[in-house]
Design a protein around this ligand. Structure first.
Ligand SMILES: Cc1cc2nc3c(=O)[nH]c(=O)nc-3n(C[C@H](O)[C@H](O)[C@H](O)COP(=O)(O)OP(=O)(O)OC[C@H]3O[C@@H](n4cnc5c(N)ncnc54)[C@H](O)[C@@H]3O)c2cc1C
Length: 223
């Protein structure tokens, strides 16, 4: 049984949760876990959450209004409380240090979570792989890991795309992700796209239209 060890607010509606999980076997950046909650009457609900760090069981959960599980994780679960966690799950949507010279990461909303695990895994490994992260959120206040992403890091290029409201003087007017936001770069690099289904499908279509190799476009849909 896992226990909540530490929490951190990311935004007004999202929280990062760090768990102690006895016997955890370790995981790869990009994998997820299944979290199962069981009520006193035996009713159980299970949801998947991406691991957002490569070296500990850390999840970042966005509260979905009227959701069954996410509001409990963002607002109710307290430090020391037990929770059932199974995993790690998934072997396709993963990045391993040393896998190639260039990577393009495209995140929509909470889809940043597994991509942040990749950014952190790159840092932890001292990898020379160049990462370009394109991160779409509604407003600047919806950005997870904001302080960490603001810090300059050699070989990591972060581009924010705001769909509803941008800071004053921001060069790009608010609007949905377009092909121009993906920037230049070799079409033969590994691409990881994660977020809501519609976002992932349109970003993957843009990559295909730009000539990216479909075998190197890996996607994860949060539903
Ligand atoms: C592989 C995988 C990894 C995931 N990783 C994360 C993660 O790291 N962080 C995270 O916050 N979520 C993640 N999710 C989404 C998560 O599993 C839940 O779907 C989400 O927390 C909503 O669950 P809920 O019980 O609160 O809402 P539910 O009670 O299941 O749904 C309530 C309502 O919200 C809608 N809804 C469900 N999910 C979403 C969504 N993601 N966005 C908008 N509307 C939604 C439903 O259609 C329904 O109308 C992941 C999903 C998958 C499949």
């Amino acid at each position: 049984m896992a226990r909540l060890a530490e929490t951190r607010r990311e935004t007004g509606t999202a929280r990062t949760l760090v768990f102690d999980v006895p016997g955890w076997p370790g995981h790869l950046a990009g994998q997820h876990v299944d979290v199962r909650l069981t009520a006193p009457d035996g009713y159980a609900a299970q949801r998947s959450y991406s691991l957002s760090a490569p070296d500990r069981v850390e999840l970042t959960v966005q509260r979905i209004p009227d959701g069954e599980v996410s509001p409990y994780l963002t607002d109710v679960l307290g430090v020391g409380d037990p929770v059932e966690i199974r995993g790690p799950v998934g072997g396709w949507f993963v990045w391993r240090p040393g896998a190639g010279p260039d990577v393009l990461l495209i995140a929509g909303g909470s889809g940043i979570a597994p991509l942040m695990a990749m950014v952190r895994a790159r840092r932890l490994a001292g990898s020379g792989t160049r990462f370009r992260l394109v991160y779409s959120t509604r407003t600047p206040g919806d950005v997870f890991y904001a302080d960490e992403l603001r810090r300059p890091e050699p070989g990591l290029d972060v581009t924010h795309v705001y769909t509803r409201a941008a800071p004053d003087g921001w060069p790009r007017p608010p609007g949905r992700l377009t092909v121009d936001d993906l920037g230049d770069g070799p079409p033969d690099r590994d691409c990881f796209v994660c977020g809501p289904t519609g976002f992932v499908e349109s970003a993957a279509d843009m990559l295909l239209a730009r000539g990216h190799d479909p075998r190197r476009i890996k996607t994860e849909r949060f539903g």
